[in-house]
Design a protein around this ligand. Sequence first.
Ligand code: AHR
Length: 500
Amino acid sequence: MAKIYINETNQLSHINPELYGQFSEHLGRCIYEGLYVGEDSDIPNVNGMRTDVVNALKEIHVPVLRWPGGCFADEYHWKDGVGPKDRRKKMINTHWGGVVEDNSFGTHEYFELCRQLGCKTYINGNVGSGTVQEMSEWVEYMTFNGVSPMADLRTANGHREPWKVDIFGVGNESWGCGGNMRPTYYGDLYRRYQTYVRNYDQNAPIQKVACGPNVNDYEWTEKVLDTCFNPSPCHLHGFMDYLSLHYYTTPGPWEHKGSATEFSEEEWYCTLHKALYMEELVEKHGAIMDRYDPEKKIGLAVDEWGTWFDVEPGTNPGFLYQQNTMRDALVAAVTLNIFNQHSDRVKLACIAQMVNVLQSMILTDKEKMLRTPTYHVFHMYRSHQDADLVESRMEAVESEGGAMYEVPTLQQSVSLDQDGVLTLTVANLSLKKAYPVEVTFEKLTPASVDAYILTEEKDALNTFEEPDRVAEQSFDGVTVMEQGLKFTIPACAVVSLRIR
Ligand code: AHR
């Protein structure tokens, strides 16, 4: 019997809704076809955005959407994507598949998509191949409310009111596709570029993201913070609000990451073992941040994470289209539990990517769409958003996966929302064993529980022919006791309990 002890009276940190953020890049069929089909499409749309996809995404309460990249951001020139569509410049998307980018989805379309989703905006600026002037003018175009060349251009292009930019990234992967820079050089560039990300609306300051490390590049974190974190009365957070971290889970080496759908038990444990590495990354980068910022004013923004497998056979290798199984669901479940558990430092996270690319929420095929197993985890976890993490401890947990890929079989996180409702999410990583679980509270006598479960074979997935094979179900196996609960979680499962 596994035991979960919950001290609901001890609230530890706030779980920013933005931990459940999404990422959409001009890559493969994420934007075009996946989200945006254009006003003239036969696929039902509102102002060009697919109605079916937007409606499905609204159900998971997308808190924030990062755009336009990724690597694409550092070769994106925003003026190509505004004005009459028939006059917008075409370019080759050299990073992703070598296809023609016609710029029909640009700044105005992005804000329209966020309006429809009801989410915050996170724009990633171009440091790698763009100028300070270009970045500064983009911010002016989007946010300045008055007479200025860029505000006038925005009005001429049909939008008189400024938009709200909640978050702005100054470069992406500047250690790699965003310019192959060294950390102190990037740090200096960051200081300069961010100066011109002006806050035109003092009541709605833009939060700035500095490009952080790739995986375990601790030197990058150290040197960028050393260069840029310089708190003073006029720069309360140094020069940044967030430092990013990118980490993808790949079972195999980069050249052969492994199939998304056909994998052995060993690859199952290997994948989850690697997903759990996120905890070490967050803790070690967090420890460096603690030295500069002990009050935790700046957040770690894990703004690219998720599984990265070989593309589906027969698809463009540059489109990064992969299927999504129960393995992806478990990766999402354990990663989101880690983010909740470290919500004192992790303040923003964006899974890569929202539709048709890498570990997606949604896959589309022309007019059809499906929700992936990962989507269902985001749905089951949505009540953690904006709640407070509470103390919890798992006891008597076994391990599986052998010496090489050892993983705990059970993993959890717990939060308490403003209405006094506790959300407990538990993942069972075991492929072999169901576990009876006994939950004990510090004081609470539960009155009622709403319980949901996602469970299937390890490689189960949804197809356009059978879109709901893997789907969240009501779970009626919970027994309420005096100061506790009991249930049995099947092997290869995610459970979410809402406890009143
Ligand atoms: O998400 C796909 C790519 O992965 C992004 O464009 C880049 O930032 C990262 O390397």
